[in-house]
Design a binder for this molecule. Sequence first.
Ligand SMILES: Cc1cc2nc3c(=O)[nH]c(=O)nc-3n(C[C@H](O)[C@H](O)[C@H](O)COP(=O)(O)OP(=O)(O)OC[C@H]3O[C@@H](n4cnc5c(N)ncnc54)[C@H](O)[C@@H]3O)c2cc1C
Length: 437
Amino acid sequence: MISRRSLLAGSLAAPFLAHASARAQVNADIDVAIIGAGAAGLHAAQQARAQGLTARIFEARNRVGGRVFTDTSLGSDFEAGAFYIHWSETNPWTEIAKNLGTEAITDSGLWGGFDVFSNGRRLTGEERSRRRGGFWRLANVLDGEPTDVDMSFGEAARRVSPDQPEAASGMTLLSLGEDADRVSIRDYQRLDAGDDLVLPRGYGRLLERYAEGLDIALATPVSAVDFSGAGVQIETPRGTVRARAVIITASVNVLKSGAIRFTPELPAETRSAIDGLGMGALTKLALKFEGTKFGQSSWTQFFDSSSRGDLVNFEFWPWGNDLVVAHFGGDYARSVAAQGEAAAVEHMLGRFVAILGEDARKAFRGGRLAGWSADPYALGGYSIAKPGQSQARDALAMPVANRLWFAGEASAGAGSMTAGGAALAGARAIAMIRKVI
Ligand SMILES: Cc1cc2nc3c(=O)[nH]c(=O)nc-3n(C[C@H](O)[C@H](O)[C@H](O)COP(=O)(O)OP(=O)(O)OC[C@H]3O[C@@H](n4cnc5c(N)ncnc54)[C@H](O)[C@@H]3O)c2cc1C
């Protein structure tokens, strides 16, 4: 526990002095309650332990990892959520993997070529090069100096490629999972960049190992957070827990859904930060095949767009296994995921068969949907800032009443959208909490 002297020595001491005098009156079961056992919550809990704070994680699901999950239910590894350790040079998961003896390798070998289709028909060379032009013009804008005025990806694409406005959707739907007119370009431009690493044994497995030994209450959704008194009270189906501070890592859309009730109401700044953010619907669906590789090597990608612009990227045989993984996003993904797994799998198999032919059905052995937008504990893929709202992430990261810290990926500034950013946000919250309790 931190002493009064070190509290005063801390750079954040001044704003917290009023609270410090109330500290002795807090009657708490634990120092820190952490809502969510994803990347943010697990790293926060490990940091709390390292700093001598007692912390317990309350997790709604019956597993850890959140949106990082290696699903083995088809008998092969299906990385249902995060795959890359982005900007690995500074990403905490690089070091964690190393410390746990988990192999993390460069992604440069994961390339099997690609092909482009429209409604299952292979595009001609001329059609492909026309699309590439619009794509690269927009990519140049993104790589350039941050724009003076924030705008959506769609608006930026219309400015540089009036004849190729769909270039923006091609980019945002499959990378951010959201339609181009709903995403701030400035927020994207501020994101961290660097080299990516990948985990042949699975990102989800790494988080499972990292969780070992932590105090985690699984299948324990938090329904209310009361910070009207000196500490914080957390309501769960297993009763009420008192803590000195709480870290909330539930996704932006979960926060918007009202699944967690706050007493008193959150301050206007925090509510408007949550309003300024949204979530894309990046979705993955695995199709398992036996007895054929369709003549395609590992990591080959087939992009297909429908007449309505519904885009999907089929990735063949990750790590040489027997799965084809469909990646898709936006309102299309929301509507597919909302149909439920059986209908979603049948729909995506239909699109695959339109490219590969009816024989593909005979080799089909089962499918799995990772429909994050329909998952009540995620309600989306990952956060986006709405056009004109690039400041919302920093506003969300501000402590509330020196007792509440929002520390999911959405609050991670330049690391937002990623498992690395989520971990850094969790660590940042613990560092601040350490100064005030
Ligand atoms: C398809 C897809 C691909 C992605 N690819 C990458 C990638 O390659 N690299 C990368 O870095 N990132 C990627 N991401 C993003 C990355 O997965 C997330 O940014 C990161 O995992 C978020 O971590 P978090 O801890 O903030 O949130 P979460 O992982 O969502 O953790 C929050 C936890 O809170 C729990 N929870 C929710 N409500 C409650 C409640 N009321 N009570 C208790 N618990 C609750 C949830 O069950 C969840 O476990 C991808 C995401 C998706 C969906």
